[in-house]
Design a protein around this ligand. Sequence first.
Ligand SMILES: C[S@@+](CC[C@H](N)C(=O)[O-])C[C@H]1O[C@@H](n2cnc3c(N)ncnc32)[C@H](O)[C@@H]1O
Length: 247
Amino acid sequence: MFNHYSYEFYREPEFASEYELDRFGGRFGRFLKNYEVALFKSLLAEDGPVQSVLDVGTGTGKLAYAVATRDTVAFGMDASPEMVRQALQLRPEGHEGRVAFFVGDAHVLPFGDRSVDAVVSSRVLMHLVDWQKGLAEMCRVARRSVVFDVPPLRGFPALESLARRVLARFGAKTQAYRVFRVGQIRRSLQQNGYRLARVERSFVLPIAVHRKLGSPRLTVFVERLLGSLGLRRILGAPVTIHAVRED
Ligand SMILES: C[S@@+](CC[C@H](N)C(=O)[O-])C[C@H]1O[C@@H](n2cnc3c(N)ncnc32)[C@H](O)[C@@H]1O
């Protein structure tokens, strides 16, 4: 059940090989990667140490490598064999953590119920054909917590999402994605025995604008300013969610 919009991009060798540089290259790219990794790790740490983590839609292994240590095993799974190949090649120098990458579909995770301590997933739910099925699977296999992000309905991603969907409808080759209301995520988590423990909103301005600015210091300054005006609480994106098992 691979996404007909996004998956076709990620299975292309050229697209996959450019992903890391395209997204996390340059000063702002490195800043973004560090920011996202730090955010996910801090939310994950709220429930104490973990021994096993599954990164669904791992891409180039951003989160899998970040959480894998000698004591914590990380599984990085992606639907695209090309992305898995990239993840394997991009092992950070000197990284000694226990990490395994493999190909698989987020809609049918090849793991038993409560078989890993936690599941993480960044920039993936928005691309799935059936996001509720994907989220249900993450909740099923996690023993303790699930940390993931989504583009919110409130904020700039909604406009971009709409534009891309329209373009895709007219046959343009673009990565269409969906946006979410926090309320619908909360309800879906409840149906799967989880409670929404924390919501973190990141950037008020679109990432594309920050990328153009090209200065992490300017990004921090501008976002702090907008945050102090209360705009991050309303418009911040993506929305990163920490969900914990209730039963
Ligand atoms: C925007 S990238 C995010 C990659 C990585 N998590 C990150 O944050 O850099 C989306 C990833 O989800 C993967 N993906 C899309 N549909 C999937 C599915 N049904 N099952 C597993 N992975 C999927 C794509 O191949 C791609 O690597």
